[in-house]
Design a protein around this ligand. Structure first.
Ligand code: 0O2
Length: 212
């Protein structure tokens, strides 16, 4: 497939990622303007690279004509939360919106992957306006805590380094690190109320200084 054709295919996904990142960042702003705690800490987005799309298509034996239908994460959004409890709150927020329709959900927090990976995944339908009219595309939203993201980022780099041949001792250490991340998230949840109070009073103080 020519690069121009790829550009045409991927363009609505670029728009989807741009729009979704703006919308989730705006939600953070809304919470902050109300002086309320935001269940969303950070938002990141990316469009899958052509080589990564082709690699996945080959691995899953997906013909090129079915790529947009079968590869659900061409547009990918990652929402990072402070606490595990925030994840369900974010899912509820998305569920209530009329501009995002949830197609499917995977809870890798209740059902941790064998690698130790934990995250909550949603596949949504999202409509964008293009020169050819409205196009409904799929996007994957990964929702995870800062701690889960730390683990997944390191593990992803190691997966990239070792491809399919990650040494057993590294797998073992990642598995121990995953246990430590579970313990850390639990510990943080147990002091959630105090951390949130501290953050709110810090913000109130900062706003008062800004008003002077
Ligand atoms: P990238 O580079 O992040 O885009 P599959 O993709 O075949 O595993 P499926 O059903 O398409 O399976 O999706 P699944 O299992 O919900 O996972 C999709 C994405 O979740 C992956 O995208 C990763 O981003 C993330 N993920 C899943 N398992 C792991 C894991 O064990 N470790 C880490 N670090 N991330 C994981 P891609 O396409 O693999 O890659």
């Amino acid at each position: 497939m020519k690069i121009q054709m790829w550009r045409e295919i991927l363009d609505p996904y670029v728009l989807t990622v741009d729009e979704l990142v703006v919308k989730f960042n705006h939600l953070i702003e809304e919470y902050r303007n109300m002086g309320a705690y935001s269940p969303i800490e950070q938002v990141h987005g990316r469009v899958k690279t052509i080589s990564s799309i082709l690699e996945k298509a080959q691995k899953k034996e997906i013909p090129l004509k079915d790529i947009e239908d079968k590869i659900e994460d061409i547009a990918g959004i990652r929402i990072i939360c402070q606490f595990v409890e925030d994840i369900q709150k974010v899912v509820e927020i998305i569920n209530k919106r009329t501009d995002m329709e949830i197609k499917s959900e995977k809870d890798y927090i209740k059902n941790m992957k064998s690698s130790g990976y934990r995250s909550y995944h949603l596949i949504i339908y999202y409509s964008v306006q293009t020169l050819e009219g409205t196009k409904k595309v799929q996007a994957e939203i990964q929702i995870r805590t800062l701690a889960m993201n730390f683990w997944a980022t390191i593990e992803h780099s190691l997966q990239y380094k070792y491809k399919q041949n990650m040494p057993e001792h590294i797998k073992g250490r990642l598995s121990k690190a995953a246990d430590a991340i579970i313990a850390l998230d639990q510990e943080m949840s147990s002091v959630r109320g105090e951390i949130m109070d501290a953050q709110n009073s810090f913000k109130i103080k900062a706003n008062m200084v800004a008003d002077i």
